[in-house]
Design a binder for this molecule. Structure first.
Ligand code: CO
Length: 215
């Protein structure tokens, strides 16, 4: 119990130091930020405490609009993530939307167990659906490779889910923004990998089936 309390008490000291440091570097740091936000990125990542969005991207407050949940999922019934996408695209006019998964993801690992996970069942069903759609090829792989590959496939599928939204399709046709990217972060070495998804090709294929923009 004691170490946790220590960390809790440190937070406010840390905050004071951070404010002092930021203000020393740039006296109007907070005044400028308070006026408006104009981020280029929407980042959708896992809630995992080891994957802090701003830190792994090396960007300051104001640069990235962030949404995180277990296993970085973009479900069409999730009002939370759908609102975040709508706001980021329509109002903030972000240039890039990133889905960032990570190797060692507990959510994906849990979804790979054929077990009853309570309230997590409906949430992680998305990952299980991704598994089912790639079951034959996944099951030719050894367990560790299969785990890593499912993490990458899940990121790709969530990117596809973003491209299915009306907000993204309409904005893209009007402004050529945003572009959707899939990334995977490696907990073991801190390296961020771009899966280099072919956004144009995915969009083109998606629009043949999920055409949501009015002419
Ligand atoms: Co995770």
């Amino acid at each position: 119990m004691a170490p946790k309390m220590d960390l809790y008490q440190k937070v406010f000291d840390n905050n004071k130091k951070w404010v002092a440091q930021k203000t020393a570097e740039k006296p109007d740091f907070f005044a400028t930020l308070a006026k408006e936000q104009n981020p280029d990125f929407l980042y959708i990542g896992c809630s995992d405490s080891r994957v802090p969005a701003n830190e792994i991207m090396g960007v300051e407050p104001g640069n990235v609009f962030v949404h995180r949940n277990i296993a970085n999922l973009v479900l069409h019934t999730d009002l939370n993530v759908q609102s975040v996408i709508e706001y980021a695209v329509t109002h903030l006019k972000v240039k890039h939307i990133v889905v960032c998964g990570h190797y060692g993801c507990g959510g994906v690992k849990a979804a790979m167990q054929s077990a009853d996970l309570g309230i997590l069942n409906p949430w992680l069903r998305e990952v299980r659906d991704v598994y089912r759609n790639h079951q034959d090829s996944l099951e030719t792989l050894d367990e560790e490779t299969r785990y890593r590959h499912l993490i990458e496939l899940n990121v790709r599928e969530q990117c596809v889910n973003i491209i299915k939204t009306a907000a993204v399709q309409q904005s893209w046709l009007k402004t050529q923004y945003p572009t959707v990217h899939g990334w995977v972060y490696d907990l073991h070495n801190g390296i961020l990998k771009d899966l280099n998804l072919d956004f144009d090709d995915i969009l083109e294929r998606i629009r043949r089936v999920y055409h949501l923009d009015n002419p």
